[in-house]
Design a protein around this ligand. Structure first.
Ligand SMILES: [Zn+2]
Length: 70
């Protein structure tokens, strides 16, 4: 049996998540980043890095700034 992808440790039948646990993971990630806007900033920064529009040094600096706001 596959394990729920949210990290709760419970088993699912075939789905990646138990019912409602995708929302649970979404909220956990939002909280870990310090809110939806900071999570959005993290995603944008990693996209820019992946598209070679940001240096690794600038990405690291931005990630540290974002997590310092927590
Ligand atoms: Zn779960």
């Amino acid at each position: 049996m596959p394990e729920c992808a949210c990290g709760c440790g419970e088993e699912t039948k075939r789905a990646k998540f138990l019912a409602g646990h995708d929302q649970k993971l979404r909220k956990q990630q939002e909280n870990a980043a310090g809110g939806l806007l900071l999570l959005s900033s993290l995603v944008k920064a990693t996209q820019m890095y992946a598209q070679n529009r940001m240096s690794l040094e600038d990405l690291g600096r931005l990630v540290k700034l974002i997590y310092q706001k927590n």
